[in-house]
Design a protein around this ligand. Structure first.
Ligand SMILES: [Zn+2]
Ligand SMILES: [Zn+2]
Length: 138
């Protein structure tokens, strides 16, 4: 049996995987999450700091929920977390749209490199038309 200390309360509990948090704290977290989610819905323009203060929830915890895409703020609020690559403010997840594309492209390239298309050597060769004016006016 795997026994660990809960990172929240420090109590020893039977660890079954995931974050090392005891069942009691997991339950508390769920409650906290529900409270926060409701608060954010009612106050879509609240900042993370405000949400944290009002609901007495750790800012880190709120950011983690955003990272996990469990929680998201309204687009107008300007609230968000940092893109893990460029640091731009995003609403949810790990990367901004630009970096998401870059990451996706890099993955695609790693598996399926586009084959270089051989250019037809004759394609650009213009037909030489030699016009000969045999009969010039005199
Ligand atoms: Zn605990
Ligand atoms: Zn980015």
């Amino acid at each position: 049996m795997n026994v660990k200390n809960c990172v929240k309360c420090g109590k020893i509990f039977n660890y079954i995987g995931g974050r090392p948090i005891c069942p009691a704290c997991v339950k508390n977290l769920e409650e906290e999450f529900k409270t926060v989610r409701t608060y954010v819905k009612r106050n879509p323009n609240a900042s993370i700091a405000e949400v944290s203060e009002v609901n007495e929830v750790d800012i880190k915890q709120i950011k983690q929920w955003i990272r996990e895409e469990k929680l998201s703020f309204s687009k107008d609020s300007g609230v968000g977390i940092d893109c893990e690559i460029c640091g731009v403010t995003i609403k949810t997840g790990r990367f901004c749209d630009t970096c998401k594309k870059t990451v996706t492209n890099e993955l695609n390239n790693a598996y399926d490199r586009p084959k270089k298309v051989e250019e037809n050597p004759f394609a650009n060769q213009k037909k030489e038309t030699k016009m000969r004016f045999m009969n010039k006016d005199r």
